[in-house]
Ligand binder design. Sequence first.
Ligand code: NAD
Length: 481
Amino acid sequence: MEMIRNYINGELVPPVGEQYLDNHNPATGKVYGQLPDSDERDVKQATEAALHAFPAWSKTPRNDRARIMMRLADLIEQNLDALAMAESIDNGKPVSLARVVDIPRAAANIRFYATGIMHYASEAHNMEDTAINYTLRDPIGVAGCISPWNLPLYLFTWKIAPALAAGCTVVAKPSEITPLTAFKLSELAIEAGLPAGVLNIVHGLGPKVGAAITEHPEISAISFTGGTATGKTIARIAAPMFKKLSLELGGKNPNIVFADCDFDEMLTTTMRSSFANQGQICLCGPRIFVERPVYEKFKTAFVEKTKQLKIGHPQDKNTKMGAVASESHMEKILHYIALAKEEGGTVLAGGHRVHMEGELAGGWFIEPTIIEGLSYDCRTNTEEIFGPVVTIMPFDTEEEVLKYANATSYGLAGTVWTRDLKRAHRVAHQLHSGIVWINCWLLRDLRTPFGGVKASGVGREGGFQAIDFFTEPKNVCIRIA
Ligand code: NAD
């Protein structure tokens, strides 16, 4: 049994209430460990530790903060195999994906902000002969960081790295569905020499631990990634307390294929943008709009490739598609496939739960699924499914496809495939989303603004913007005349 503990004030500790939750392996459906079922008492202890550690950490020269963070990043890399295996067991994702995406990106996040803080500068505004203004950027205090289960260590570090680099201390909560790598990170943080109380990790349920973090009056900022409904709940509580809020929420991204695109490249990438991580990436493109002249060609090739996509044991290094993260999530995805049929959709590939054999018999696997024949504004095409389910639909004009693409309440990311440069720019400008990829997908430069519009969130992560979020500007005006 893998027993997870909280990380509070530099120590690995059991929850105050001594209650635990079961941790499941999605590939077997079986319990393989336990995590603390913490409550507001654990959050209180963690916040006290973070408050106590704040003055010293915020005044630690950025050089020294960066050095400790670089050690942590090195330790993540040294433990790549063990962390990738832990992520795969905990989440159901292929270990091959965790090895090349999740864990290297976690190290990269920490290194990016450890070095970023060394280059972070604030502004000065000169008023000719009258005065000079300069802006101080002080860390905001104790930051609350709450993350989801789809890219567990990757998104957890994406939040805590800029917070720690900025000089904040942190109370963080990973998803209760995938707590294992955050626990392993706490062990590595101790090994890296992170001072006690600088990072505190409290495990447990959202409505208990997440809510206690959101409500705590001494936590000055909440950085949240997760579902739109949870984001609303957090905003309702945090906004009247005047907390700073960064909300990275759901998506229902369009993947727009024009007939003039590089077909083979588009097809290869569309396989990934549809089914990578079992479709459980907020940036996946589950609505595929294809210009009519290549629609039938695309449909045939895409269906054929999808049917060849083999589901396998997540811990087998050749597996491309693993299990979905939880039983309730599997039920939700299956419910949406049934809804798509009710709405008049035709299933061209997949559509079912996969019953594996042997130790995987109880696992939560779903076939990669393609659905055709739905209207652009039906529920299947406007609500987030967050699984290996995509819809395909033909279009005739640029104007028409923009109407389809912008028809959801979400606006996180969009992908456009075309060789026509002018059209690429035109469409990019008119898509209602925070991110647009032209002839690529998930190509990430960590300096770029990351986030969505409309129901996909508020604020941007990435680059210096994340450090801006975890600091408070103060303008100092000096009269010189
Ligand atoms: P979720 O909203 O259920 O949970 C996210 C986190 O919030 C978890 O740690 C959970 O315990 C916590 N939480 C739940 N209720 C809470 C409450 N009342 N108060 C405070 N915290 C609470 O989301 P999920 O199912 O873990 O993740 C999937 C969702 O995340 C999808 O909607 C996906 O699109 C979104 N997501 C967005 C991005 C992005 O960058 N925009 C990235 C990844 C995932």
